[in-house]
Design a protein around this ligand. Sequence first.
Ligand SMILES: Nc1ncnc2c1ncn2[C@@H]1O[C@H](COP(=O)(O)OP(=O)(O)OP(=O)(O)O)[C@@H](O)[C@H]1O
Length: 764
Amino acid sequence: MLHEDTKQQEQARVDRTVTQVDKRLTVINQQLANAYNETKDIEQRYGDNTKVNITEVDDRMETNAAVQQQKQLVAAAVENEKLLTSQQARLTDLVNSPYFGRIDITEDGETESLYIGTATFIDDQDNFLIYDWRAPVSSIYYNGTLGPVTYETPNGPVKVDLKLKRQFKIQNGQIEHVFDTNETVGDELLQSVLGEQSDEYMQNIVATIQKEQNDIIRDTTADLLIVQGVAGSGKTSAVLQRIAFLLYHSRSQLEADQMVLFSPNRLFSHYISEVLPSLGEKNMRQVTMAEFLSHRFSGLQVENLFDRFEKDQTSFPEMTQAMRRYKESAAFMHAIEAYVKQASTQPLAFNDLYFEDRPFFTKDQMNQIYLALPANMLPGNKFLATKNTLIKRLKRQINLEVHLDWVAEKIDTLTDDAYRTIVGDREFDSGDDEQAFIAREIVQSYFAPLYESIYNDYFLDESTEYQHFLSGACPADIPTKVWDAMIRQVADNNERHIVGLSDASPILYLRDLLTDSGQNHGIQYLFIDEMQDYSIAQFVYIHHAFPNAKLTVLGDYAQDVFTATYQTGHFIDQLTAAFPRLKINQISLTKSYRATAPITNFAKALLPKEIALQAFSRDGRLPRVIETPNDQALATLTQEIRHLQAEHATVAILTKNQQVAHQLYASLTLDEHVTLISETTRSLPKGILILPLYLAKGLEFDAVIGYDISRKTFGAQSDVDLLYTLVTRAMHDLTLIGVDQLSPLIVALPTDIYTTLQSTKQSI
Ligand SMILES: Nc1ncnc2c1ncn2[C@@H]1O[C@H](COP(=O)(O)OP(=O)(O)OP(=O)(O)O)[C@@H](O)[C@H]1O
């Protein structure tokens, strides 16, 4: 415990800091009010200016220049206002809680106290009253134990002596807790943070980042950073802090929109959306794999992971599994690369390009152009050259067409409005010039659909090309008959405008390599959460699609919900083997923070013994396991909901799939409102929720009821990944209900890690 005097001195320092911050805030508020008025003023003048008479040509030009100038003024004023608003938000946060840490360091015989918070604050006399948590020196706070420590700066490592590490919890400018600590950023504070009830939004962890998490946040050397972390170890939290860190350190070269996070679903996107704003940063772009694929296959429907998972549960023969394993491997993507290399000497699967119901360019014509190009040209260049020839031929046709009678007739019948739309405010030297211009515009818009088709590469029939590739790609362990049936299925899907999930990345890869397109060079960083939900083939494709992006990939192979039934081998080994040329750093997190120790220990017992998983020492009740006969199942569930609801704001009932979730929702009769969460749900209310566990990935709830965890539903050994994911969603309380007969996965556990309840009556 700290001495009372020390506490008072610290409170006095908080008061001094808050006064300075408050003073600055008053100035900013005033500037913001002025900026607001200025913007309004300019907008008003801008509005008046546009009302100037624009019938006279000279006036019109003058107005244009004036309007341009006003537009720039408005843009500058709006930008200024935005900047001030973000400063206002930052300072308001600091007034409430200026910092959370202090370090005393000695360098060259001089000792300095540095206070660490969410943003830097320098007073009018240039004193650093608060250091940003991302400043190089702040890493000592997260990494260093008392004694000699080194921290990295842009000018190389610096050695200092760490004399003191102090933690604060400050609310409304008042110190609520303060204590000194040596090694980790204190357990005490972590205990109190983790014991809180869940929220609709994830919280930032800036005040309590742990050492290994700090390594993830501050890694600047890896091209591919792989984080394997047990459930609840703070992977998602660390990666969001990492984004804030990168934005701070590369402010001049990096914008939030040059970072993309692949997230598991929209619900998750919503859940994490407040973390970066709470750290004073803009959110990065977010996309789900399903959205990314659909966008790239515009017009086709790509099978999604959830639907496939539901289908797999009805039927998933061994041969289909083997084929899927192959199609999702790096080897399959390499086979595509090899195929493309030899493609430049073979005819390509082109589409006839139709115009007005007749072929304008036939595939044969296209292949004549393509194959006449030098054989040693790269396929992508060959394709581009073919495309250019098609465009040239189309232009030639347009040049001929402008002189035809139908065009002159069309010009004669143009209405005044249509005429003005075409001409705009252009001026012509002669009537003939004007006539020629209009004729060209008319012909070009007539051929526009054809031009678009060429421009967007629609003349490549990627599905047929893919089938052609497949026909020579059958691996030795799969019977040709089965493989051929799969190819027919791909063709059939294509007829129905559907793309199977395991075909999606290979087809895109094939298309991109053949057409030398599909690469986005602007994205600098890519973050992929829940890595175990992605196939290696998808990783290969993503890396191809964002060639300049450094990758941070995080997940937990024990939470392999979607592919556990058919995937074999070690995921991370396969991932690293797929990228031999990248500098790879791997970090493993083994301590779980989310749940109470009894829940984490229960989860650990489900995993193979060799998996390291350590519970953060937070007390709680043992998980409850209830076996109930079918005719009492609903009554048991209802009772358990009541029981948990008495203590928790949110009780989530997690089911194996959507179908069970729907059935439960229809049959539960409670007085309280129950929310059924589906794939399209965007936000997470409090109360009683029902959802399939795959939608709960990455989320957490105060209390979780697993329903139903019986022999029927969780009977196979491969279901253990699902069950592990399910139980690790709980923060404070966990109940598992098995109908008729408990799952053997639970029966196999030591009985002292949970409480058993046999029937409805006893569970009250
Ligand atoms: N250093 C920390 N300080 C405070 N809270 C933390 C810390 N690390 C993790 N947590 C909390 O632990 C919980 C789990 O964190 P997070 O969701 O980031 O873990 P995860 O590894 O992504 O989990 P999962 O793989 O199970 O989805 C969250 O409530 C988070 O706020």
